[in-house]
Design a protein around this ligand. Sequence first.
Ligand code: 2BA
Length: 108
Amino acid sequence: MKLVIAIVNNDDSAVVASALTKENFIVTKLSTTGGFLMVGNTTFLIGTEDKDVDRVKQIISKYSKTRTHQASTTESFGRGLSEGALAQDVSVGGATVFVLSVDSMDKY
Ligand code: 2BA
């Protein structure tokens, strides 16, 4: 069994969740914040059989788009406040996906 952890842009999260659940994957959605831009994103936890991991990745990649985030001059970056810095474009996403092996899963 695997645990897929997928960090997805908030703007894509509803359609990603809907596409996964439509194919009977069980999904937990967490509200998270990126450490660099300090803006909200969505992290999905999906426990699934090894054979289904590729399908999960296909669905996530299909519905997760790359975006350009224009950071404002006063935005707080993970590396510290960028006050006074010039606005800059940062490319974000589509999705960042980790796949972890699961020793066991129990439901009580
Ligand atoms: P953030 O940390 O807010 O990063 C947003 C975007 O800023 C990143 O897009 C990347 O293009 C850029 N970026 C991040 N850290 C940087 C740095 N130290 N120097 C220069 N540019 C940097 P993505 O790579 O698509 O990442 C989107 C979000 O996915 C991240 O939001 C973070 O929440 C998560 N993420 C990405 N890679 C990760 C990793 N290796 N571990 C944990 N979370 C990750």
